[in-house]
Design a protein around this ligand. Sequence first.
Ligand SMILES: Nc1ncnc2c1ncn2[C@@H]1O[C@H](COP(=O)(O)OP(=O)(O)OP(=O)(O)O)[C@@H](O)[C@H]1O
Ligand SMILES: [Mg+2]
Length: 412
Amino acid sequence: MKIVNRIRIRLALWFVAVVIIIYATGAFASLLVFQSGLTGSVDISLKDLISEIRPSVRVVDNRPTLKSWAETTSLRDSPLLTTVQLYGPSRRLLEKYGPDGVNELANGTLTGRRGEKPVNFRSMNIPVLFQEKSIGFLQIQVSTEVQDDAIRQFAMAELVIAPLLALGVGGAAYVFSGTVVAPIEKSNQLLRRFVADAGHELNTPVATIEGCLETLKEPSKLGDMSDEIFEMLERASDRLRHLAKDLIVLARVEDLESELSRTQINLRDLAESVVAELNSAASRRSISINMKEFPDVALVAHEESIHEILNNLIDNAIKYSENGGEIDISGRATDQSVSFTITDCGEGISKDELEHIFDRFYRVDKSRSRSIGGSGLGLSIVKAAVRRHRGQISVESEPGKGSSFTVTLPTG
Ligand SMILES: Nc1ncnc2c1ncn2[C@@H]1O[C@H](COP(=O)(O)OP(=O)(O)OP(=O)(O)O)[C@@H](O)[C@H]1O
Ligand SMILES: [Mg+2]
């Protein structure tokens, strides 16, 4: 199973576990509140009833009795729903009216039976006083069957909701974690591709070096090829150095955790020094670099990164221009930003290729770029460095006519 799917399932299970714990706690608490609410209302009606019946208790031979109350017409006409009991001082049951209850003197919930079925009763009693002396107790009990059923149904409903909730939360967490995990999967994919591409890039110069070494081991084969072999070794080592440098720079610029020390730099001075560095390569191919209007503006930035941007763009303009071509460099400043444009009259880039040129290791013409020493990381470094400075880069190009790269950077 793919690692992202495992992460998604694990996330979903964690969500389900947390939601079920919260739900179970809430459900238990609401069940307790519901139960105590019902018991409270039963107790209130028991209290009203007991204080209603209490004045009807008579005392005959020092014993409490409700016989005359029980003989009243109203009781005969509507049978009692409540169990009414009278107990003597030694807690012995003396009289009982209404439906069967539990023959026990107690306050609170008691469990009795109705037929085969166990039934709960709510019971309440008060002492019967005669001449300031307790001569027994008046107790009333009511079955809480209806309330217990309601509580049972409430608990059942909560139990039925639990798996539905788990299913819903699990499903939603799985689906939504997909959108969370997608960028991680994408960056994993990019990383895998990057490592594979880097390995591939290393392969070619390493294979060249191995081939050269094989030839050098057998001087008989070498003949008058020694100059060629040393040239090949030099080119391979140049490529390795170039690749290693680009990989280090790219890693540093793309690592958002690393701090890039920013200083005040003069963009025109920096551009002039990059042109001076690359001028010999340009003049070897009779390419002229013209610094046009360029504002004398200060910029707070990471000098090495800005140097990389200028160096890569001007280097590309030289590399992909015809011999004898012209390169223009110009700049503009506004209140909050400065932008510079590097224009060449070289081979240009087609529309389809334009969207890929900033990808790592991407080269329009692989064999040609390789032969002129490119690793295809230059524009990725430029893009990362521009983004690191909250700037923007745009490109306009027409095959056969040339390209124009514009970088805009905030001055603050
Ligand atoms: N000014 C340009 N004119 C035409 N094509 C260009 C220009 N700049 C870049 N490209 C194309 O875009 C590709 C990517 O450029 P990038 O700078 O990333 O790599 P590179 O120049 O091949 O290698 P590196 O910069 O590492 O030396 C190039 O291979 C080239 O095909
Ligand atoms: Mg380049």
